[in-house]
Ligand binder design. Structure first.
Ligand SMILES: [Fe+2]
Length: 297
């Protein structure tokens, strides 16, 4: 039995005090949005509670699918590094960036500099897609975070990364591992157009051709479960988790994280999903438990 924990969109708070010189371009609108709305949603105490509960479950590996930062201030990356390291060793924690991490053009360099250890592949090399083999799992990390104009939260993988994904998924078929794709943006979403993954259609085609056993994502800050087409009529579960710091009772789902308990063998994998989240009284409780039907080759 291998237990994978998944959390996303911690949006670490409070926001470090920006210098005036840092409030340029998209950071200005993001800063106003934070002050007016988002700071009342993302609570570090809630995040701390959720992480403590997750650690008590002693997962074998932790996947974080983006949006540690809010407006990509340099100080947010240093703090993000401390937070990632507080979860566990870089070997046991995998991270893919979200749109709030790559919020402005120079943010990609900060992501690489501060969070490289959690994005490095088995050879220690950072880049996307990365591949990390852990127990029966192959964790494949994608980066859909790209800088966009103000008020846009779209994502993009790009043709090079998608070709790399197809090659990795294809290559892994012979290794009989449980293939987990990590991505910030959902492959399928009913959210408004300004939040969507722009090349989702190509991603869906790659998964339909080469398959995967599970896709995990964040971004929409709500519980989501969709089934993507895989090869030979199979269906690939794609599961989204709410923000790990969201105060319950606001417009999106309250903070939650997921545990995947995976056992079995190739062709007969079993995957149980346990959702644990914060309730109206501020306690972290089990919200849902279900067996996910995963594809068999
Ligand atoms: Fe987010």
């Amino acid at each position: 039995m291998f237990t994978l924990a998944h959390l996303s969109d911690p949006h670490l708070a409070p926001l470090p005090k920006p210098r005036w010189s840092e409030l340029i371009g998209k950071r200005i609108t993001g800063y106003i949005n934070w002050q007016r709305k988002r700071r009342f949603i993302h609570d570090p105490a809630v995040l701390g509670q959720l992480v403590a509960d997750m650690k008590a479950q002693a997962p074998d590996h932790i996947a974080v699918t983006g949006d540690i930062a809010n407006i990509a201030l340099p100080a947010e990356f240093r703090r993000g590094r401390d937070w990632l390291e507080s979860l566990g060793s870089a070997r046991d924690v995998s991270f893919v960036p979200g749109n709030h991490d790559v919020y402005v053009r120079d943010a990609a360099a900060y992501v690489t500099r501060q969070w490289q250890a959690q994005m490095a592949d088995d050879d220690g090399i950072a880049g996307f897609p990365f591949l990390r083999r852990r127990g029966p799992l192959a964790l494949i990390g994608l980066s859909s975070g790209v800088p966009t104009a103000p008020f846009l939260a779209t994502g993009l993988l790009g043709s090079k990364q998608l070709a790399g994904l197809a090659a990795v998924l294809n290559h892994l078929k012979s290794e009989n591992l449980f293939r987990v794709v990590m991505i910030h943006h959902p492959p399928v979403s009913v959210a408004a157009g300004h939040k969507l993954l722009l090349d989702a259609k190509v991603l869906l085609r790659v998964i339909a051709e080469h398959g995967a056993d599970l896709v995990i994502h964040g971004h929409d800050h709500i519980h989501m479960l969709t089934r993507l087409n895989g090869p030979n009529g199979s269906r690939v579960p794609s599961v989204g988790v709410p923000s790990a710091s969201a105060v319950p009772g606001k417009d999106k789902d309250g903070a939650a994280y997921h545990l995947y308990r995976i056992d079995g063998s190739p062709g007969a994998w079993r995957c149980e999903l346990v959702s644990r989240g914060i309730d109206a009284n501020g306690a972290v409780v089990e919200q849902k438990r279900m067996m996910l039907s995963v594809p068999s080759p």
